[in-house]
Design a protein around this ligand. Structure first.
Ligand code: PMP
Length: 421
C-alpha cells in the first residue's frame, strides 16, 4: 500500500474524511489523493516520491511558484522578530498602502485571515452601511463557508452536489437570493422585490470552472446597483492579483463598491482582506459601528509573505505568465475541441469542460460529463500532472514552468484525453 493511502486511512479515523477541506478528498474523481510532502517552483512531490506539475498552486495563492526564495526569505526574517503581536505594525501599514495602490476599488482595506472571513465581513459591512438585510448571490459562485453564501454555491458545495448545507438556519438562507451568472433579468427582479444590501459575485468565476462574463452583464450589474442603492461586492479572492495586479476590476474595468481579496495577497500564508470606498469602510469598527475583528489579522509572517509576493508581480511577470498560459491553450484547446469538449481561459485561469460548448453559467456546467472528468483527472495524475480534482474548479498557473514542463502538460493532457472511454 502506498504511504499516501495508509495516511488517508489513518487520517480518516481522526479527521472527517481524512482532509481539512472537502475537495482535497478527491471525492469527485477516480482514486485517492496523494499526500504532499514538499513543493518547489511548479512541482509538488508526494510522500511516495511521485513528482507532479502543479496546476492548482494551493488553489490560487502560489502564483510566483512554490518556495520562492524572496518569499521564504521575507518569512524567515519576519519570524526572527516574533510571530504574532496582536498589536499594529509598520509592515501592515505599508502592505495596506500597497493593496490600495494596486487595486482600483480600494481606498481603504482591512486585513483578516481567510477568504471566508473577507466576504463574511464585507457582507456585514454592506448590510450595516445600507441598513438592509437581503443580498443577491450568483449561482455557482463560491465565497467561502459561512452561512449567508452557502446557497447554490460552487467549488466543494457543487462538487458534492449539495444544494446548501444543513446547519444554516432557514431564517438566514431566506435573505440570500440567487441569480444565474450572465443574467441581469433575475437580478433586477430581486432588486425590485427585496431591499438588497449587496450583490456578491466572482466577476470571473473560478468555482464552477472558469467562466467568462459578458461585458454587458458587468456593466448592467453596476447600473442596477446604483439604480437600486445596492452595493456591488466583487469577490476577488481568486482573481485579485491574478487576472491583473488590480484583479478582475482592473482587467474588466469594473467599478466595485467593495472587494474581497485572499489567496495571492497572503503569498501562501493565511491572509485575506476586504476593502473599498472610503465612505463605506469608515463604518467599520473602531471608527464606525459595524464590528469586525481577528486575533491573527495582519499577522506579521503572512504580511511579510504577501508583501514579498506582491513585489514579484511586475508587469513583466504578468506578461510572461500570460505567454505560458497562451502556449498551453494553443497546445491543448484544438485537441480538446477536436474530441468534442471545450476549453475556457482568461489570463492564467483555465478549465477543460467535458461539454461541447464552453458554459456560460452554473446550469450549463452541470451538463458536463463528470464521469469523463473523473477519468481524465486520474489519467493526468498518472502523467504527473496535478489538475484540480473537480470539474467545478479552475486551473491556476504559477510561474516557474520551463519549456519541458509546458510540453509535458500539453502532451500529458492530450494523452489523458485520448485514453477516455
Ligand atoms: N471566495 C472565492 C472566490 C474563493 O475561491 C474562495 C476559496 N476558494 C473563498 C472566497 C474562500 O476563501 P478561503 O478558503 O480562504 O476561506
Amino acid at each position: 500500500m502506498s504511504l499516501s493511502k495508509s495516511l488517508l486511512t489513518r487520517g480518516q479515523k481522526v479527521i472527517p474524511g481524512g482532509v481539512n477541506s472537502p475537495v482535497r478528498a478527491f471525492g469527485a474523481v477516480v482514486g485517492d489523493p496523494p499526500f504532499i510532502e514538499r513543493a518547489s517552483g511548479c512541482y509538488m512531490w508526494d510522500v511516495d516520491g511521485n513528482r507532479y506539475i502543479d496546476l492548482i498552486g494551493s488553489w490560487g495563492p502560489m502564483i510566483v511558484g512554490h518556495s520562492h526564495n524572496q518569499v521564504l526569505e521575507a518569512i524567515t526574517q519576519s519570524a526572527k522578530n516574533g510571530t504574532s503581536f496582536g498589536a499594529p505594525t509598520q509592515q501592515e501599514v505599508l502592505f495596506a498602502e500597497d493593496l490600495c495602490d494596486a487595486h482600483p476599488a480600494l481606498d481603504m482595506v482591512r486585513l483578516c485571515s481567510s477568504g471566508t472571513e473577507a466576504t463574511m465581513h464585507a457582507i456585514r459591512l454592506a448590510r450595516g452601511y445600507t441598513k438592509r438585510d437581503h443580498i443577491i448571490k450568483v449561482d455557482g459562485c463560491y465565497h467561502g463557508a459561512h452561512d449567508s453564501v452557502l446557497v447554490k454555491a460552487g467549488s466543494g458545495v457543487a462538487t458534492f452536489a449539495l444544494p446548501g448545507s444543513p446547519g444554516i438556519p432557514q431564517d438566514i438562507a431566506r435573505l440570500t437570493h440567487t441569480a444565474p451568472f450572465n443574467n441581469l433579468d433575475v437580478v433586477e427582479q430581486h432588486l425590485q422585490k427585496f431591499d438588497i444590501a449587496c450583490i456578491i459575485l466572482e466577476a470571473v468565476p473560478g468555482n464552477m470552472g472558469c467562466i467568462i462574463p459578458k461585458e454587458e452583464y458587468l456593466i448592467g450589474l453596476r447600473r442596477l446597483c446604483t439604480q437600486y442603492g445596492a452595493l456591488l461586492l466583487v469577490d476577488e479572492v481568486m482573481t485579485g492579483f491574478r487576472l491583473a495586479r488590480g484583479g478582475a476590476c482592473e482587467r474588466l474595468h469594473i467599478d466595485a463598491d467593495l472587494v474581497a481579496l485572499g489567496k495571492i495577497v497572503g503569498g501562501g500564508l493565511p491572509l485575506a482582506a476586504f476593502g473599498g470606498k472610503r465612505e463605506i469602510m469608515m463604518n467599520l469598527s473602531p471608527v464606525g459601528a459595524v464590528y469586525q475583528a481577528g486575533t491573527l489579522s495582519g499577522n506579521p509572517l503572512a504580511v511579510a509573505a504577501g508583501r514579498a509576493t506582491l513585489q514579484i508581480l511586475t508587469p513583466n511577470f504578468y506578461e510572461n505568465l500570460e505567454k505560458v498560459a497562451l502556449q498551453l491553450e494553443e497546445g491543448i484547446r484544438p485537441f480538446v475541441e477536436e474530441k468534442g469538449y471545450s476549453f475556457t481561459r482568461l489570463g492564467s485561469m483555465f478549465t477543460i469542460f467535458f461539454r461541447s460548448q464552453s458554459p456560460q453559467n452554473f446550469s450549463e456546467v452541470q451538463e458536463c460529463s463528470f464521469d469523463l472528468f473523473g477519468q481524465f483527472h486520474r489519467n493526468a495524475l498518472d502523467e504527473g500532472i496535478y489538475y484540480p480534482p473537480s470539474q467545478y474548479e479552475a486551473v491556476f498557473l504559477g510561474s516557474g514552468m520551463n519549456q519541458d514542463d509546458i510540453q509535458q502538460v500539453i502532451e500529458g493532457t492530450r494523452r489523458a484525453i485520448s485514453k477516455l472511454s
